[in-house]
Design a protein around this ligand. Structure first.
Ligand SMILES: C[S@@+](CC[C@H](N)C(=O)[O-])C[C@H]1O[C@@H](n2cnc3c(N)ncnc32)[C@H](O)[C@@H]1O
Length: 383
């Protein structure tokens, strides 16, 4: 039975009912030959993403690019990189822009984020015009905070995402985070300090170019499991070696306060609001479901990144195993392989001073790319 959602008096939807189209067009877009970019040097600009994303892993991009280069002699060029937890999408954008992969598919379960990428990709000039019309003030911040869409295809969802992301403390889109500069706007940093419209227009236009040049194939608003499953359904000719998933799931600590879709079973930041401690690994929860899927069901290769936590390496229901273990039935019917799982500790800010010193961030990276192609080095240690 379909739930009946009652719009409020002004025709807008309640927050819990907000959704976005599952993909940009009526069906997932087919792959087409990737075309040359007009200005290839733009691909190396320092920032490509128009979003400032909490938990963004831009430091891992060169590491992933290195893995792809090392794997090419064994498995060839990756045709489709899927990012099911896209967030700020800095990894996918960079890899598509420099041609490290032929094309990327972005997906996120948060409708605000997914809609932003859908519109930035397919309606970039519209979004740029809307952005220039928008005064960056506290009044507009209040407006967008309480604004609700009139339907799932409402393009203004993308404007809301961009506005709040660039004007809210740490780029947090949901929950209690306030405007940059506070309600009094007395700080040196005011609400518009991260809203350089010309720079944002350039980045949005570049996202549009990646889409029109077939390097972003589509943007999906889906849960990670549907994304992984549907990619295998829609692009079967690329299985198993020409598709790669890069997964950067919400981390344990604080994710319920950062994202509207976290792995908190109660959804979003509801647990934090109720004062429930969600800081421990808990069997049966989404992190275990993801691990189970990646170890037993994934039909193509994957790279997974997590903030360092030894539990990930020790728990057999997470990633203690060194090989995928599909059931004989899945091996037979959908061709799941028993790929080796390489594990590395990566120092995101490596300098000669030493690994992980001075509290520098270390990240765990797991991958089923061919083991001989996963390098060890000063900034990459086996674990
Ligand atoms: C750690 S962030 C990803 C950050 C991204 N790698 C970057 O560099 O900006 C995790 C993302 O996963 C999304 N997410 C949370 N639960 C999800 C789910 N069940 N399925 C798909 N996406 C989900 C959140 O909305 C958030 O954007």
């Amino acid at each position: 039975m379909t739930a009946v959602v009652t719009p409020s008096a002004d025709g807008s939807l309640p927050l819990s009912a907000v959704s976005a189209p599952a993909q940009i067009g009526p069906f997932p877009r087919r792959t087409e030959t990737p075309l040359e970019l007009e200005n290839p040097s733009a691909a190396r600009s320092r920032y490509l993403s128009p979003l400032r994303y909490p938990g963004a892993k831009s430091g891992l991009v060169p590491v992933i690019e290195g893995l792809l280069t090392a794997s090419r002699p064994s498995i060839g060029q990756i045709s489709l990189l899927v990012e099911p937890f896209a967030g700020g999408a800095s990894t996918a954008l960079r890899l598509a822009a420099v041609g490290a992969v032929e094309r990327v598919l972005l997906a996120d379960a948060d409708p605000l984020v997914a809609r932003f990428w859908q519109i930035a990709a397919a309606n970039s000039e519209w979004l740029i015009d809307r952005m220039y019309e928008e005064p960056v003030t506290l009044e507009r911040w209040d407006y967008w905070r309480s604004w609700r869409p009139r339907g799932e295809d409402d393009r203004d969802l993308a404007v809301k995402c961009l506005f709040l992301n660039r004007t809210t403390f740490s780029g947090i889109l949901h929950g209690r985070a306030g405007p940059i500069g506070g309600r009094k706007q007395e700080s040196r940093y005011t609400i518009d300090c991260r809203f350089n419209k010309d720079a944002l227009a350039q980045r949005i236009r570049f996202v549009g170019e990646l889409y029109s040049k077939n390097r972003i194939v589509d943007v999906w608003c889906k849960d990670w499991q549907s994304t992984l499953h549907d990619v295998a359904e829609w692009y079967p000719d690329l299985l198993p070696n020409r598709v790669l998933a890069y997964l950067d799931p919400p981390y344990l600590a604080k994710s319920e306060t950062l994202y509207s879709r976290s792995f908190d079973p109660a959804g979003g930041y509801s647990a934090a609001r109720k004062g429930i401690d969600t800081s421990g690994w808990e069997k049966g929860r989404e992190h275990y479901r993801l691990a189970e899927y990646l170890r037993r069901k994934a039909q193509y290769r994957w790279i997974l990144s997590y903030d360092r936590d030894d539990c990930l390496l020790e728990d057999p229901d997470l990633y203690a195993a060194s090989r995928m273990t599909p059931t004989p039935a899945d091996r037979e019917s959908i061709g799941v392989r028993s790929w080796y799982i390489s594990k590395r500790l990566v120092d995101l800010n490596y300098t000669v001073a030493g690994f992980g010193k001075n509290g520098r961030a270390a990240e765990l990276l797991f991958t089923t790319l061919p083991a001989r192609c996963v390098p060890l080095g000063e900034n990459m240690r086996a674990v």
